[in-house]
Write a protein that binds this ligand. Structure first.
Ligand SMILES: [Zn+2]
Length: 324
């Protein structure tokens, strides 16, 4: 009886229940933090992030909860360990082990919200842990098979394994190693980046003799890291080297009138942020701006500012229109 119910967990999710989750590399995140112009308003997920960010398919919290409820209205989860205050005990990296019970069957799951802290992170960690535990019941297994749902997950536990046979014994409460599942496509991209593009950058900069040492480093990383991490890192590295090379070529000169225009635009943009009550956002925007100004040509910078002003004013107009 309960195995019949549990089988319903394995039904595929509808496309409209599958979301797109941006998975920036640490470098991509830092790059955009230091210079907002390195980011774009993403057409896939709507967030502001680095243009090269990889997206993963995932089942959102609502769709997942819905499915659990369909199968067993009394489904429940609890943290594997609690702290002295009776609250879920997170591990040293902010991850959380949970036990998910559906139709009387209990299986473990691990959740993690990379690079995030605070209340939103806690919610995300729990959602992630439920997805992970759900996977052990075969829930959204097709996404796992594609390698989309969790790139951080060890492939051995997700591929070719019958989730019904997954032992309910809790694994060691430590994050699992990253997968080394390099597909043919990944290797093709890697070859293009590490051999062709990377070499080109060194060659253009006039020091091809430095290329081999750099290529060796990436080859070593390829053996221990997941494709998404290595390829993202390589792209960032190439971009960084390209930027460094082009900076050497032409020093950036800001004239007095450039500076006047810059100040004028920043004032108007700041006003827009204040009108939107986005005070914290304004602060971090201005910080990023100062970093960006130091190494961006005036023409490019002023254009970006003008674009940003248009976008903020559109935000204000949209709110006003909705308000009516
Ligand atoms: Zn996106």
């Amino acid at each position: 009886m309960s195995s019949e119910r549990l089988a319903l967990l394995r039904e595929p999710f509808r496309p409209n229940q599958i979301g797109k989750l941006p998975k920036p590399t640490k470098q991509q995140t830092e790059e955009v933090k230091a210079d907002f112009k390195k980011g774009v308003r993403c057409e896939v997920c709507g967030q502001w992030h680095h243009p090269k960010v990889v997206h993963l398919d995932y089942v959102g919290h609502a769709a997942l909860t819905d499915r659990f409820l369909d199968v067993d209205p009394e489904w429940d989860w609890k943290p594997m360990a609690i702290d002295a205050n009776g609250l879920p005990r997170f591990d040293a990296t902010g991850g959380l082990w949970i036990l998910l019970t559906i139709c009387g069957v209990t299986r473990p799951g691990y959740g993690f919200a990379e690079g995030k802290i605070g209340g939103d992170a806690t919610k995300e960690v729990i959602g992630d842990a439920l997805r992970n535990a759900g996977m052990r019941f075969g829930c959204a297994l097709d996404l796992w098979h594609k390698g989309d749902l969790h790139v951080d997950e060890e492939p051995v536990t997700t591929k070719g394994e019958d989730p019904k046979k997954t032992p309910a014994t809790p694994p060691e409460p430590t994050p699992q190693p990253k997968p080394l599942t390099w597909g043919i496509e990944d290797l093709e991209v890697y070859t293009d980046l590490a051999q062709t593009q990377l070499y080109e950058v060194f060659n253009t900069a006039g020091n091809p003799e430095l290329y081999q040492a750099e290529a060796d480093k990436w080859a070593a990383r390829r053996k221990v890291d997941a494709p998404v991490v290595v390829l993202g890192g390589l792209r960032d590295r190439i971009k960084f080297l390209q930027g460094a090379a082009s900076k050497r070529k032409k020093p950036i000169a800001w004239t007095e009138s450039d500076n006047t225009n810059f100040t004028g635009l920043v004032d108007q943009i700041s006003e827009a942020y204040r009108a939107l009550n986005q005070f914290e956002e304004l602060e971090s925007y201005r910080d990023g701006l100062m970093n960006a100004k130091a190494d961006t040509a005036p023409g490019k910078m002023l254009l970006a500012l003008a674009d940003h002003l248009v976008a903020k004013n559109k935000e204000i107009a949209d709110i006003k229109r909705k308000g009516k």
